[in-house]
Design a protein around this ligand. Structure first.
Ligand SMILES: [Zn+2]
Length: 73
């Protein structure tokens, strides 16, 4: 599993700070995301703020600054 190929996925620009993020993902996951597969299906264990960053590009810290801390148990 350690030699699983990875790919760099570029998120959309964060609407708060305007910067994109480059996130290293398994190659198959990055390809599926680029093809439009919903991130919650691909990465169900990923914390919601990080999924939000993949989908919208909004950084967890920027989201918290704009809207307050995510209301998650
Ligand atoms: Zn940001």
């Amino acid at each position: 599993m350690s030699n699983q190929p990875t790919a760099t996925f570029q998120t959309p620009a964060c609407f708060v700070c305007g910067r994109v993020s480059l996130i290293e993902l398994p190659a198959a996951t990055a390809a599926a995301l680029s093809a439009g597969v919903a991130v919650q299906h691909l990465l169900p264990a990923m914390p919601r703020p990080e999924r939000e960053q993949l989908i919208s590009g909004t950084h967890p810290a920027c989201w918290a600054a704009a809207f307050g801390e995510p209301d998650e148990t």
